[in-house]
Design a protein around this ligand. Structure first.
Ligand code: COA
Length: 168
């Protein structure tokens, strides 16, 4: 890609990432082609009761980033509100992926509440690659639990960990 990066801009890509999927990886890599620095920020406080610990979720992402040799992607975690994390990091951009039309309401609400809480931020939405538009972390966990193949949707290290964790 030619050098079209938006220099000196930090973009934060937040999520639960329980676990990271190829859909997230696609968004993360595309964001890193646009912005100088991308921080993949794993939410510590989640309503979702994640299967993987925060350390496990971060280590999967680290593994992916190392393999992809993307030097402008960092991995971090944050407690509490996302906007407080952005303030701490002096960041103003949130990246989110939009898969299908039904995601829109949720993303609009999230972007709006975040903007109310911290007016200086902008949420930038990237369209999910159509190959991954139907997957979610929950769906992958369900398929893994029931013994189906998930190799097309998550990296091998994640697939192995899922099978170990869910089929015990
Ligand atoms: N490819 C594949 N799957 C994708 C995807 C993509 N490109 N983009 C999203 N998804 C999936 C995710 O895996 C997730 O699946 P799941 O519900 O089965 O876990 C789902 O789509 C998106 O879930 P959602 O709840 O919208 O987002 P999230 O879990 O990724 O992250 C936070 C939500 C962490 C960003 C948000 O809850 C947050 O900011 N929390 C901190 C507290 C806060 O500030 N809240 C906001 C103000 S109230």
């Amino acid at each position: 890609m030619t050098d079209t990066k938006i220099e000196h801009k930090i973009a934060v890509y937040p999520g639960t990432f329980d676990p990271i999927t190829y859909g997230h990886i696609d968004i993360m890599n595309r964001a890193s082609n646009i912005f100088s620095n991308v921080i993949v920020a794993v939410a510590e406080d989640s309503e979702k009761k994640p299967v993987f610990s925060i350390e496990e979720r971060m280590s999967f992402i680290k593994n992916v980033v190392q393999e992809g040799k993307k030097h402008n992607i960092e991995i971090d975690s944050f407690p509490g509100l996302l906007v407080d994390y952005l303030k701490k990091m002096k960041a103003h951009i949130i990246i989110r992926g939009l898969r299908v039309f039904t995601d829109f309401d949720h993303e609009f609400a999230l972007a709006s509440i975040n903007k109310k809480l911290f007016p200086d931020i902008e949420t930038i939405i990237l369209m999910t690659n159509e190959k991954y538009s139907f997957i979610s972390s929950s769906l992958i966990k369900e398929v893994a639990k029931l013994g189906g193949s998930i190799k097309d949707y998550v990296p091998e290290i994640v697939a192995n960990a899922l099978v170990k964790k869910l089929q015990m």
